[in-house]
Design a protein around this ligand. Structure first.
Ligand SMILES: Cc1cc2nc3c(=O)[nH]c(=O)nc-3n(C[C@H](O)[C@H](O)[C@H](O)COP(=O)(O)O)c2cc1C
Length: 227
């Protein structure tokens, strides 16, 4: 059982990383072999629309045809039983780098020639022949109510595609993250640091626990799906 954790934050030790690290610990506890990828260490761009993956008799088998730094990561995702992607929210969406990654991850396993599932009668547009539990973990500066009002609906798009392609997905948020080690150096509205500190000390540990449970649950789900 292999679980892969993708950090779509440029910061290697901050909130997104910490949430992913906990999810990874949970996955390990459930018996998975785990791997952690910091996307910002890789030199790559998004889908180039070459359509090599959509050719008749394409030999790509779900793998993006572009041969660059990202290729080994994408190969690993094809062999993974669990995929977790973490990203900060930047301008109401996941980071551009994580988005470029997701284009390269998902487009090659999406077919333009969907088949009808004889049991359900539904069109199936995923090339994958098994359910792979996936999750998105988002970290935000906004409080929960603001996030719900302003951008959580937009991020449902990721949920839709992950569910369509991999068959199972979950979403976890942590809000109002602590952004700096020393707030006194930054030009910031009064009172913000206090709110963020309270959040960091009281809520963030609970969210880390949720991340741990998420990682564990996804591996357990993968075991169930593979039985
Ligand atoms: C370029 C940029 C844009 C951001 N845009 C938003 C936003 O639209 N909504 C939000 O809630 N937080 C926003 N934030 C705050 C981050 O989402 C938040 O600090 C996040 O937890 C950072 O993740 P990290 O700790 O892994 O670096 C933004 C931060 C940056 C740097």
């Amino acid at each position: 059982m292999k679980a892969i954790f993708i950090n779509g934050s440029p910061r290697k030790k901050w909130s997104t990383y910490q949430m992913l690290e906990k999810a990874m610990e949970g996955a390990k506890e459930a018996g998975a072999e785990v791997e952690f990828i910091n996307l910002y260490e890789y030199d790559f761009k998004g889908c180039k629309s070459c359509f090599a993956c959509k050719l008749k008799n394409a030999k790509t088998n779900g793998l993006c045809a572009i041969k660059d730094d990202l290729r080994p990561v994408l190969e690993k995702t094809l062999n993974a039983d669990v995929i977790v992607i973490g990203s900060p929210v930047y301008f109401y969406f996941n980071t551009g780098v994580s988005r470029s990654f997701m284009e390269r991850l998902m487009f090659p396993v999406l077919t333009y020639n969907p088949k009808i599932n004889e049991e359900t009668g539904e069109l199936e547009s995923s090339l994958l022949d098994r359910t792979i539990p996936t999750a998105m973990i988002y970290t935000t500066g906004a409080p929960e109510e603001m996030a719900a009002q302003e951008f959580k609906h937009a991020l449902e798009v990721n949920k839709h595609f992950l569910e369509t392609i991999y068959g199972y997905t979950e979403t976890l948020y942590t809000y109002q993250t602590y952004q700096f080690t020393d707030y006194s150096k930054y030009d910031m509205m009064e009172g913000v640091e206090e709110v963020r500190r309270k959040q960091r000390d009281e809520q963030f540990p609970k969210d880390l626990k949720k991340a741990f449970e998420l990682g564990k649950r996804l591996v357990e789900k993968a075991n169930e799906f593979q039985q």
